[in-house]
Design a protein. Structure first.
Length: 209
């Protein structure tokens, strides 16, 4: 079974409170979402392998550590996932960015793919899927399915807010994909909104209703 990392860092929790507040406007919401994403990127990349290299400091030669050449990719689920990309790129500027677009069929309620553009060397990369909300888990599962069909074997999922139902669904569908999440909230309501959650992340990021 995949591992679930819920992030309890005080800075993340403080900033989440700002996102949850219904009085937080779109501009501040975008800024804080980026800040939380950057803090999360620190944790998501904790297991990156290192190798030793020789450098010369102003004092002497020294053996120091650098990341051992693992290629990374960031894949936002459109559109709300875009709000997390810049935060990750702040710490991982060499990462390539792919995009996956899904919409929910109004009759079946199943996610339907309408766009997919991934780096050409995607099979050589570890991909981090980013989406602010992990509610039913449907979009995350569909995105992971799609990416696996492209031949990718190293995948992580990073979300701002989730719920037990969504976490369980992703774990059952993809037990090899670890989940990084800033807060696992209480539950889903009858309208598939996370409670207490923060509302619709896409609408709050871009000021739409």
């Amino acid at each position: 079974m995949s591992k679930v990392y819920e992030m309890s860092h005080p800075l993340i929790q403080h900033k989440l409170s700002i996102l949850r507040d219904k009085n937080t406007g779109a501009k501040e919401f975008r800024e804080v979402a980026k800040e939380i994403s950057m803090l999360m990127a620190y944790e998501v990349t904790r297991d990156l392998p290192l190798e030793e290299v020789e450098i010369e400091t102003p004092v002497c030669k020294a053996m120091t550590k650098v990341i051992a050449g693992r290629k990374l990719g960031i894949v936002p689920i459109l559109r709300a996932g875009l709000g997390m990309v810049d935060g990750f790129l702040s710490l991982l500027p060499a990462a390539k960015v792919g995009h996956v677009g899904l919409y929910r069929d109004p009759e079946t309620l199943e996610p339907v793919e309408y766009y997919c553009k991934l780096p050409t060397d995607v099979t050589e990369r570890e991909l981090i899927i980013v989406d602010p909300m992990l509610a039913t888990g449907g979009s995350a599962i569909a995105t992971i399915d799609l990416i696996k069909r492209k031949g990718v074997t190293q995948i992580k999922l990073a979300c701002l807010i989730g719920c037990p139902e969504g976490v369980k669904a992703v774990q059952e569908a993809h037990p090899d994909v670890d989940i990084y999440i800033a807060s696992i909230d209480e539950k889903l309501n009858d309208h598939a909104y996370i409670v207490p959650g923060l509302g619709d992340a896409g609408d709050r990021l871009y000021g739409t209703k």
